[in-house]
Design a protein around this ligand. Structure first.
Ligand code: MOS
Length: 727
């Protein structure tokens, strides 16, 4: 179905005690914790693999003058050494997937320059160390700040990089209260648990890749382009993924290299990135510089909003951090501009990470709102309430559902917001205490998806989709949707994902996975319901699917009997339609944080945190809660510790491991909770659900930063808020 009109009553409505929404455990959980859910690198389906190791460039810009592989080629166990001199012919770059070893040019530190394949991992790694290169070194451009004069407007991606409404400059200069501030956010790395890994193997002119990937159909198309194959000759398998956070939205060089080398040596090749390689061979979130200007009247009504963002892109790329996009929909003001500019730098490839755009955009904007509230001596919630728009302030269309104000009000009540004091006025021994809040908003996209299901004569329903579960609970919520639709217990649903041999699906990213893939499955189940009713010759009016049976009127049939000896199949498909244009669709929320700041050392400790969210129908209360607090935890990381520090001389990240790149651990997150307010969004999709994956991170760090201000009276505009900046 195409989403062209609001969804009316569905079989999912009015069943509060149903399977859907219940906080059931992840159905693959046992396999995962017992090590029986193989990640890409662990699969045993491809026999006798050789091991690859990537040699990376030690310079950020220049050309390879010579590459000596003699010692590596004759090292123990080595089967093949691939460089730009002997790499097989390749096709075209697609999206952010480049041909590998494609020439002498080096564009960033960590760019693959050779690939060593050996009998064992140790032999490959040892031989990789024997490859010697000489370069003609150029001076790298590796500082966004230094490159500000040459920033330019990137090509529109999904949305125009710029927007303008009314007369911002005029309204801003005439405003009674003005704020003009610059915030910076550093480069950040996904830090997902499972590194990128691929095992590639060929059969004739078809290649299969067991690979760590979030979006299989996208990966299939881009790898096919780079390998010069039709997409149907490329199969990706990714049944279990150990976290993504955006790092696996596209195929990385290890997938291309494994495929190329496997073709040459006619044997499966497996390769994983080391943790250090993750920082440079993999993608990262660019650093940003953001200027925010707010003009308000004395009552705090915004007349002018400007949000400008500068970010860095890799050479030959125009990916940009859409920091200001959410600002277009958040608060009312007649005069407004948003603007995105980029500079191309010799830094590794910048791409999407954990709520691309909103995460760092709200780190800046929601603190600027806090600053404005302070100038106006207004409660930060009250300031936001006064600027609550009646419709989307730029698109001029209604919101599908917008419960930002109820989220803030309920959060304030649950958190004890009324106990918040003036800045720098609450002490507990050496600790200065403070509370902060932030709004949260994350776009809700719907992506094309399809599903195939089959009810077998044993009464087991099998679901197949080229969808992924990156640790978020997709297997489980899909089983819940199918079970709810067909009245089957969860034990009788088999969900098979992670294979491009199955019907194409959205994959996991952009908070669109559950809604998109789930809706395709919903449509397939609806189709199967009709088929079953026909087969049973039952009146669809008032038919009830429950306990493995379908009942209507005074008759009831077992689904297993209706399936017949061959089973019954159905397909479903969902596409975004006009609803995208007719309504502004976001998931909303509000964050509340309390921190203590050591008056002597400046050490910042989170004390407690609460998020109150709305995301339409909640498909599984436990996985939704986990998604939310996971996102909030990353918000704390972004506020207080995460920074991939670029060495501008060498264009490399100096803290390229998890010992030096800090993400929060349990001791950093003493008390954190998330609450969902009831909501159904009938403009979103047939499930009436909206995305939650990235909502938790949006604004979370700003609430922490605003709490630090409230504790200390010191406003830090340079993330992360480390203790040296407090003192
Ligand atoms: Mo997300 S950054 O789209 O995985």
């Amino acid at each position: 179905m195409e989403m062209n009109q609001p969804i009316g009553h569905t079989p999912l409505d009015g069943k509060p005690e149903g399977l859907l929404g219940r906080p059931i455990d992840r159905i693959e959980g046992r396999l995962k914790v017992t090590g029986q859910a193989p990640y890409a690198y662990e699969t045993r389906e491809l026999k006798n693999p050789a091991y690859g190791f990537i040699v990376t460039a030690g310079i950020a810009a220049g050309t390879i003058r010579s590459i000596d592989t003699q010692a590596a080629r004759t090292a123990p166990g080595v089967i093949h050494v691939m460089t730009h001199e002997n790499v097989p012919a390749q096709g075209e770059k697609k999206e952010q997937v480049w041909p590998q070893l494609a020439g002498r040019e080096v564009r960033f530190y960590g760019q693959p320059v050779a690939f060593v394949v050996a009998e064992t991992f140790e032999q490959a790694r040892a031989a990789a160390g024997l490859v010697t290169l000489t370069y003609d070194v150029a001076k790298p451009k590796a500082s966004l700040r230094a490159a500000m004069p040459e920033t330019y407007k990137p090509k529109p991606a999904q949305t125009d990089p710029d927007s303008a409404l009314g007369d911002f400059e005029g309204a801003f200069s005439a405003a009674a209260v003005k704020l003009d501030v610059e915030y910076t956010t550093p480069a950040q790395i996904h830090a997902q648990m499972e590194p990128h890994a691929t095992i590639a193997s060929w059969e004739g002119d078809r290649v299969v890749l067991f690979t760590a990937n979030q979006m299989l159909n996208r990966g299939q198309k881009s790898l096919a382009s780079v390998l010069g194959l039709p997409p149907e000759n490329v199969r990706l398998v990714s049944r279990y993924v150990g976290g993504g956070f955006g790092s696996k939205l596209q195929a990385l060089p290890e997938a291309t290299l494994a495929a190329l080398a496997s073709k040459v040596i006619r044997r499966p090749v497996k390769v994983a990135l080391t943790r250090q390689q993750e920082f440079h061979v993999g993608t990262h979130r660019t650093d940003t510089i953001q200027r925010i200007r707010l003009g308000a009247d004395k009552d705090g009504r915004l007349g002018a909003i400007a949000h400008e963002s500068w970010s860095a892109a890799a050479e030959g790329d125009q990916f940009f951090e859409t920091s200001a996009n959410v600002t277009r929909s958040l608060y009312a003001a007649p005069n407004r501009i948003t603007r995105h500019r980029i500079a191309n730098l010799n830094t590794p490839i910048a791409s999407a990470m954990r709520a691309p755009g909103e995460a760092v955009g709200q780190l800046a904007f929601e603190c600027a709102m806090d600053e404005l509230a302070e100038h106006l001596s207004l409660d930060p919630i009250e300031l936001r309430v006064r600027n609550e728009p009646a419709e989307d302030p730029e698109k001029k269309v209604p919101f599908s559902v917008r419960q930002l104000v109820p989220c803030m009000r309920e959060g304030a009540r649950l958190f004890g917001w009324d106990r918040r004091q003036a800045p720098a006025s609450t002490r507990e021994g050496q600790w200065m205490l403070g509370m902060g809040m932030s709004a949260a908003a994350r776009l809700n996209p719907l992506m094309p998806s399809s599903a195939a299901i089959r009810l077998g004569p044993d009464g087991i329903l099998t679901v197949r989709m080229a969808m992924t579960d990156i640790g978020t609970g997709t297997y489980t919520i899909l089983a819940q949707i199918a079970g709810e639709m067909l009245g089957l217990p969860i034990e009788r649903i088999r969900v098979e994902l992670g294979d491009t041999a199955f019907p194409a699906a959205s994959g996991s990213g952009g908070s669109f996975g559950a809604g998109s893939a789930g809706s395709a499955l919903y449509v397939a189940c609806d189709e199967l319901r009709q088929t079953l009713l026909k087969a049973a010759d039952l009146n669809p009016e008032g038919a009830v699917f429950a306990d493995g049976r379908v009942a209507s009127g005074n008759r009831s049939e077992a689904l297993a009997d209706l399936a017949g000896a061959n089973g019954i199949e159905a397909k479903g498909e969902i596409k975004p339609g006009e609803m995208k244009q007719k309504y502004s669709q976001y998931s909303f929320g509000a964050h509340f944080a309390e921190v203590g700041v050591d008056a002597d050392t400046g050490e910042i400790r989170l004390r407690r945190m609460l998020g109150v969210f709305t995301g339409g129908r909640i498909l599984n209360a436990k996985t939704a809660h986990s998604q939310a607090i996971g996102g909030m935890t990353f918000g704390v990381g972004a506020a207080l510790m995460e920074e991939a520090a670029i060495d501008p001389r060498y264009g490399s990240f100096v803290n390229h491991d998890l010992a030096e790149y800090h993400v929060p651990v349990h001791a950093d997150i003493p008390a954190i909770d998330a609450v969902f307010l009831p909501e159904l969004d009938d403009k979103a999709n047939p499930l009436k659900s909206k995305g939650l994956g990235e909502l938790g991170i949006c604004g979370a760090g700003a609430a922490v930063a605003n709490a630090v201000y409230n504790a200390t009276g010191i406003r830090i505009r340079e993330y992360p808020l480390t203790l040296d900046k407090v003192l």
